[in-house]
Design a protein. Sequence first.
Lengths: 112, 113
Amino acid sequence: AQSVSQHNHHVILSEAASLELGCNYSYGGTVNLFWYVQYPGQHLQLLLKYFSGDPLVKGIKGFEAEFIKSKFSFNLRKPSVQWSDTAEYFCAVKTSYDKVIFGPGTSLSVIP
Amino acid sequence: DGGITQSPKYLFRKEGQNVTLSCEQNLNHDAMYWYRQDPGQGLRLIYYSQIVNDFQKGDIAEGYSVSREKKESFPLTVTSAQKNPTAFYLCASYKTGTPYGYTFGSGTRLTVV
């Protein structure tokens, strides 16, 4: 069965630290990949997406992610986090059958 | 403005009762999805539908049922067979074949007492 895993359940960083959140998926076919963010008390928002082309994609608020097909990974990065980045981050994979599966989420806490 | 409307925002039901959550979109999206969000478990797919009159089970379909009689509407019924129905339910839609992500509804928080 297809699945999405995220490496960390909860990450705590100080402001200005670099961030990398891991995401791996299990599906052998063509995928589209997404990272979503949910700020406290708010709805899910799309951070960035990969459909094809350059495997390094840039999203909003300084986030980027790299698709490594051989590793079935789509890790999210940000060079310098801010307190306002405190949120829950979800990786999602859309299979060729339009089935979209989310990872369990990583809760990020940024300490001022 | 186009979007997805979920109603109601909060719903309380007694144990053993079926309850139907509404999801309507005016985005002309083909595909619609229902997810359940529980603390520490992220979003789990309940059902999804790519076209009218067709839908597929997700990972946790037991105890739920859906219908897709119209492109705009994808109601979810939480039946009495669902063992732990108290959760936050999110509806989403997507235009197949396009490089866009989902559009999410605002969610319905269901509490069964």
